[in-house]
Design a protein around this ligand. Structure first.
Ligand SMILES: [Zn+2]
Length: 216
């Protein structure tokens, strides 16, 4: 690949990752300095966010290009072992997004996954949400647990932690995370409504008048 093309592709991937972070931030999926985003630049190189930075204000300098054979690169996201393991194991993945979306994380801390069959789009476009047991964030054991949970999932829920989406493109990984978070929100709200049992008319009439209307 000519160097100009390679610079163009790095620039374009950087722009897509910056845009994805802004969208995920709008969904409040990236509190403080949480989350990390990466994409495959070429067979041996991954573009990934550096450590300890807010994802809502990413710039070109917020990313590092890291070789896949580098197990401990300086200054990059602490979740590099997880990103690295996914790229090394899944040839179908060219983008990995890790975020802490509030509804998906609520499912993750409850050791549950939202049913993708609740919505037509998610059953077709996500297909599989895998549940990963709790392992310390940033550890290579987390990478192993994630891949042990599924080698084909589009979205992973990390117990007591957050979520990971993967895709062939940045847009595909982003849309999977957005749709999964929307599904989790709808599933949560639908469960709240199903559990809400209205008071019967007979009960209402039995205490009618007990609470004086201050407007009268
Ligand atoms: Zn995290």
């Amino acid at each position: 690949m000519a160097s100009n093309n390679s610079q163009d592709s790095r620039q374009s991937l950087t722009n897509e990752l910056i845009r994805s972070a802004a969208i995920l931030d709008a969904y409040r999926c990236l509190p403080a300095t949480d989350g990390n985003l990466s994409a495959r630049l070429d067979q041996e190189t991954i573009l990934i966010t550096k450590s300890g930075i807010e994802k809502r204000g990413l710039a070109e300098s917020s990313f590092a290009a890291v070789k896949l054979n580098d197990s401990n690169p300086p200054d990059v996201s602490s979740e590099w072992p997880m990103h690295r393991a996914i790229y090394r194991t899944r040839a179908d993945v060219d983008c990995v997004l890790h975020a802490h979306p509030p509804y998906l994380t609520s499912f993750a801390v409850s050791n549950r996954t939202p049913d993708v069959r609740l919505l037509a789009e998610t059953s077709e476009l996500i297909g599989d949400i895998a549940s990963v047991p709790f392992v310390s964030p940033g550890s290579s054991a987390l990478a192993e647990a994630l891949l042990a949970a599924s080698m084909t999932a589009a979205v992973y829920l990390l117990a007591n932690h957050g979520a990971v989406s993967v895709g062939r493109t940045v847009a595909e990984a982003l849309h999977r995370m957005e749709r999964a978070e929307f599904l989790a929100q709808v599933a949560f709200q639908a469960a709240c409504m199903r559990d809400g049992i209205p008071i019967t008319d007979a009960s209402i009439s039995s205490f009618s008048g007990h609470h004086a209307d201050p407007g009268r």
